[in-house]
Design a binder for this molecule. Structure first.
Ligand code: TMP
Length: 209
């Protein structure tokens, strides 16, 4: 999505509680310090309609939706986010830092919730059709990440409530994804202090600017 538009599309991925939002904020500050126009955004959400859909997805009972229904809801939110936030920012040449994008659907719904990767890929090809230029996968010990995520008591724990074995499947899913897309994805060791993680990320991103 960068190409002629001149922007740079970066996504952060990983299991729940891996520290993506902190790292997204630190990366944005670092790039602004280098004089770049940066927007920070997130999924599900990042546009008014997509934020409404977010509430349906992250709150309530784990059984509230089937994985198939989730794929449709996440894709609807993503399309709105892409049209209203991501595409316009890239068109004006900004760096877009997105806390989760389509890889989360590939891993959460396509691999960990069910064996639905073909459905995820079909819908992605038809209604989204865009990949980040760079995806940073924050790899972290699931037990530590889950404890941290649940300690926040954010009221958005529907996926955390699926338990530790689910988070372990997610971690393997993200590791497999990094092997499938080696040019786009970079693994980051998130079992470190947040400043050390931020330095690793800054190094990887600066090599792509
Ligand atoms: P967040 O807590 O990182 O903001 O993300 C909300 C939750 O939604 C998180 O548990 C991961 C999950 N999720 C999916 O299951 N599929 C997706 O496509 C996305 C974007 C998020």
């Amino acid at each position: 999505m960068s190409g002629a538009a001149g922007g740079l599309f970066i996504s952060l991925e990983g299991i729940d509680g891996a520290g993506k939002s902190t790292q997204s904020r630190l990366l944005a500050a670092h790039l602004r310090g280098l004089g770049r126009d940066v927007i920070e955004t997130r999924e599900p959400g990042g546009a008014a309609g997509a934020e409404d859909i977010r509430k349906l997805l992250v709150e309530g009972d784990p059984d509230r939706w089937s994985p198939e229904t989730e794929i449709l809801l996440f894709s609807a939110a993503r399309r709105d986010h892409l049209e209203r936030t991501i595409a316009p920012a890239l068109a004006r040449g900004a760096v877009v830092i997105c806390d989760r994008f389509a890889d989360s659907t590939r891993v959460y719904q396509g691999a960990a919730r069910g064996d639905l990767r073909d459905l995820v890929d079909d819908i992605h090809a038809r209604v989204i059709g865009v990949e980040p230029d760079l995806t940073l996968i924050l790899d972290m010990e699931p037990a530590v990440a889950l404890a941290r995520g649940l300690a926040r008591q954010s009221g958005e724990d529907r996926f955390e409530d699926m338990g530790l074995p689910f988070q372990e499947r997610l971690r393997s899913g993200f590791q497999a994804l990094a092997r499938d897309f080696p040019d786009r994805c970079a693994m980051v060791d998130a079992n470190q202090a947040s400043e050390a993680i931020a330095q690793d990320i800054a190094r990887i991103v600066e090599a792509r600017l």
